[in-house]
Each structure stands twice: as C-alpha cells, then as structure tokens.
Design a protein around this ligand. Sequence first.
Ligand code: NZQ
Ligand code: ZN
Length: 381
Amino acid sequence: MNKFTFSYPTKVYFGEGVAADALRQELPKVGKTVLLAYGGGSVKKSGVYDELKELLLASNKEIVDFSGIMPNPTYTKVQEGANLVKERQVDFILAVGGGSVVDCCKVISAQAMTEEDIWSMEYEQGKFPTAGVPMGAVITVSGTGAEMNAGAVITYEEKLWKGPIVGIGASFAVLDPAYTATVPPLQVLSGAFDTLSHAMETYFGSSDADNVSDDVALAIMRNTVTNMRRLLTNIHDMQARSNLMWDSAMAENGILKVGRLTDFQAHQIEHQLGAYTDCNHGQGLAVIHPAYYRHILKDASEKFTRFAQEVFGKDTAEGGLNALAAFIRDCGLPTKMEQLKSKVAITPEILRQVADTCNIIKSGPRELSREEIYEILCECL
Ligand code: NZQ
Ligand code: ZN
C-alpha cells in the first residue's frame, strides 16, 4: 500500500423513508435561510420536492427556490446560484437530485464565500476553497457518488471545457433508494455503469498489484454488475436499486482509492466529449470503455485477467473484455457515438478536438498519446 490519510466528513442516512429523520436531526444545526436547489422538475413530479419543502417549513426555515440545474451543469449556472446565495444571505444549501445538482451546489457553496472567480482561482492560481456555505444532499438518481466527495464536474461553455472544480462537500447525504423509483430505466443503467466505471478506473490505476483496495474495488464491480443484471429482469427491484445506490457511494467516496494511484483516462476523454456534445456521462463512458481497454489490455494483462475472472467469470483478459462489451449491449446502453444524444453531429473533426483537449493520465496502465486517443475515439464512430 502507498501512504494515505483518510477522514470522513459526510454523514450518510441510508434507507427508505430516512429523509424525515435526517432533516429533523440536521436542520436545527443550520441557519434559517435555505437554498432548495434542484434540476428540471423531476422532483416536483415525484413528490420529493413537496415532502422536503414541508420538512423545511416544519423546521421554520425560509426557502429560497433555485431550479433548473441541468444535466452536465454549467459554470453560468454555478454563478447564478452563487449570486442568489449572496443576495439572499443563504445559510444552508439543500441539493436535491443527482450528480449534476450536487456538483453545481458544491461549487456554488465555495463560490458564494469568495470574491474571486473560482475557476481562475483553481486553474490559474492553484488555490482551492477551504470554506463554503454548509450543504446537504438528497439523492434522487444515483451513480456518480457525488454526494460523498468535494469534487465537482462542471461544463465551462465558453472554454469548451468540462472538468473538475473542487467545491465544498455535503456535510450529510440522504440516500433513499425509493427516491430513485421514477428515474427512467436508461438513466438508472447509465448511472450504474458510471459506478462500474469508477471502480474499474480506480482498479486499473498503475499502483502495486497486492492491495486491499483492489479487493474492495472488485467486490463493488461484481455487485454492480449483478444488480444491474437484476434490473434487466425487473427495473423496479428495490433491493437491486438499494445495492446500486450504496455501490455508487462506495465507488466515489475515496475508500477504493486509499493507498493507490488511479487511472480515470476514460473519464477524461468522456468529460471533453461532454464539453463538445453535452452527452450523458454514463452513456459516453459505455461507448468509450471497451475501445480504450482494447488499447491497454496488454499493458495490464494480469489485472485484466483478474478482472475477467472475478467480475465476469471468464478465464482470460480478452474474455473479460468481450464480456464487458456484451454486458454494455445487454443493458441497452449505447455502443457507438451515433447512439449518443448530442447537441452536434459527432464527426471526426469533433473527435479530433476532444482528443486534443482532454487531460492525459500518467498513472494508468500506459500514458496515451493524443493520436492514440483520437484513434480510440474514431473506433467508437
Ligand atoms: O433535472 P431533472 O428533472 O431532475 O431530471 C434529472 C436528469 O434529467 C433526472 N432525474 C433525477 N432524479 C430523478 C430523475 N428523473 C426521474 N426521477 C427522479 N427521481 O435524471 C437526469 C440525470 O440527472 P443527473 O444529475 O445529470 O445525473 P447523474 O447523477 O448521472 O449526474 C451526472 C453528472 O455528474 C458528473 C457527470 O460528469 C455529470 O455532469 N459526475 C460527477 C462526479 C462526482 N462529483 O464525483 C463523478 C462522475 O464521474 C461524474 O463525472
Ligand atoms: Zn463518472
């Protein structure tokens, strides 16, 4: 194991019906004015919004409504939220939604506490936020694990850039699998594939082979695949949804990463693909992963063989990779660029720009050249 420091700042309330108990315990600790932040309206249709509003009012909170946080949240939306927080002197942010709402709120939290532009602060001066408006997260669609870390992924439209901005993490998270009941099936599976990707990208990092974190990562991958298969039989299987909800948190709360380096090259490629196309994150990953892994199979053949055996019950590295590709197809996830919902036609020229602007990871099985990333992307056309 490499050296590590690990601490856990987010308190998790997990299970059906836990929101009331969670908010009764947490709301007395925070100030009066609460930013109730959410996306495009699914929480209003599902009834979650009304339930939370009632709990906030019962705790004598004053609500400032902040709606319309879009999938792949934008930097403009972050600034809109931060201005509102400052203007209305918000004491606490309650983020209600998935990775997009939670990420947007993490950066709003930090941006509202500083006069500096947070992107410039982080990317030009190398300074990271240390304070933010306190926040909590109520998850209504799972997969990203965004509720248990401080990192956010934001699209900066003018810069044609999608990437990480460090924000302030939630002090508590409500994970109620029943809140995900209304999520469309394709989104449920896309989110779960994102979870699988997080565990794979962590496991395929270049650090030493004998590592307890790898054993945990393999267990999370196996459990994610098993429960995604259960959903293919019955999309409403609540036991499967709850396993996946915890798999999601486990894959991104840092536990799998202790003592090791990670890869996350597929994520870097997908994020820039998202900057150009606004495609769905989990679906972009589903397209990219098999092509990327075909390129690096020989650079981590022992690890790929273990992955094949322990996650898909196959004997060889190639067998495992074929099983991963077949699994993606069985889930009905996209396998080609043309199947992704995109705001522009995905042409070789767009892919060239994605390859030329994405981050290149040095801690994966092998450092890729921009030319090879372009090849990988073109293989997905
Ligand atoms: O906007 P609404 O109307 O709420 O609809 C959302 C959205 O269209 C819908 N939805 C949410 N809860 C629902 C529901 N529909 C019906 N019933 C419900 N209960 O689901 C759609 C997708 O939501 P979104 O939050 O975008 O999905 P996800 O959780 O997959 O988040 C994706 C974002 O997270 C980033 C991604 O890059 C992307 O921007 N990521 C964040 C990470 C992190 N912070 O750790 C790690 C990930 O690798 C990822 O990059
Ligand atoms: Zn992801």
